[in-house]
Unconditional design. Structure first.
Length: 129
């Protein structure tokens, strides 16, 4: 028998709220079976949730995550999914490197402005004495 998980089980395992899981279900990212009102998550749902949360940690949008996880079921399957994911990783890395460069430039400018302000303040304090 395939493993099955309740919503509370997965919420606890992945340290998310049950509301988060319901949101991902509403977004079509996971599709648990139903037994009355109870959601029954499969191993496939568990793996998809793991991929969703990893994608979020890496900064991907829900649309990008949806595209990545749905590629597994579309031709050419896992091969296409991995190639697409690698492209997305490279795009994300490039964006983060640009942000890092922008942050470094901003910090350098802040250092310069701070030093000039401190020097100006010191000069003004010296004139008052």
């Amino acid at each position: 028998m395939a493993p099955a998980y309740g919503i509370a089980d997965l919420a606890k395992e992945f340290d998310v709220t049950t509301r988060t899981l319901r949101f991902y279900e509403d977004e079509g990212l996971i599709a648990p079976a139903r037994l009355g009102q109870r959601r029954i998550f499969s191993q496939r749902d568990r793996v998809r949730l793991k991929l969703i949360l990893r994608g979020k940690r890496l900064g991907f949008s829900l649309d990008e995550i949806r595209e990545i996880v749905n590629l597994y079921d579309a031709p050419p399957g896992e091969l296409g999914q991995i190639r697409f994911f690698l492209d997305k990783i490279r795009e994300r890395r490039a964006a983060l490197e640009r942000q890092r460069d922008d942050i470094a430039a901003t910090l350098a400018e802040l250092d310069d402005v701070e030093a000039r302000c401190a020097a100006q303040l010191k000069g003004l304090d010296g004139k008052r004495r």
